[in-house]
Design a binder for this molecule. Structure first.
Ligand SMILES: [Zn+2]
Length: 185
């Protein structure tokens, strides 16, 4: 699956939600409401230990989120599970690649798993929480700030971790090389 299609899938989900439930296409994107109000998944916050970010039961329609993570990381986990739901569960060939737990009923997402389906779900989550069009609009308001300030302001606005925002801004080439800039001062 190419990354452009993943971006479109994430943006479509936001638009479907807004059409049904109302609201504006602006941050913060209500990922929890998209999961429960719109798609009918129960969000269950429990301690999943240090390695697991989330679990997804398609049968019972439950998304378990590790509550030992910070709130912003939990938000990313919900968005990541929505990625699996939208990208991977309608295609038999992709379902077998999902990281199922031993019981074979639950998808178990570990923080360090770099499998293709996991990276795709992360890319979906990034586009869901930080849609390109919203990032560009909000970035324009802070574009003269230093990288660290920008990341901090936008992370608060979009309710993401600073690490996720840094990665997203790098990805969209919105961070400047400040060492390089210093040379010209
Ligand atoms: Zn996953």
């Amino acid at each position: 699956m190419n990354y452009k299609d993943i971006q479109l899938a994430a943006e479509n989900l936001i638009m479907e939600y807004l059409k049904k439930c109302g609201g504006q296409f602006e941050p913060p994107i209500p990922v929890e409401a998209i999961a429960d109000v719109y798609l009918g998944f129960t969000i269950d916050r429990i301690d999943l230990g240090s390695n697991v970010a989330g679990k997804l039961s398609l049968e019972e329609k439950i998304i378990q989120v590790n509550d030992s993570d910070i709130f912003e990381r939990q938000n990313f986990t919900i968005a990541h599970e929505l990625g699996h739901i939208r990208l991977h569960t309608k295609n038999e060939q992709l379902i077998v690649k999902l990281p199922f737990a031993h019981d074979n009923k639950t998808i178990m997402c570990r923080k360090t798993d770099r499998a293709k389906v996991e990276m795709e779900a992360n890319h979906f989550a990034s586009n869901l929480l930080m849609p390109k069009i919203c990032i560009l609009a909000e970035h324009a308001k802070v574009c003269d700030r230093k990288n660290e300030e920008k990341i901090k302001i936008l992370a608060v606005k979009f309710k993401t971790s600073k690490a996720a925002m840094r990665y997203r801004l790098e990805n969209l080439k919105l961070l400047v090389d400040e060492n390089q800039l210093a040379l010209f001062k």
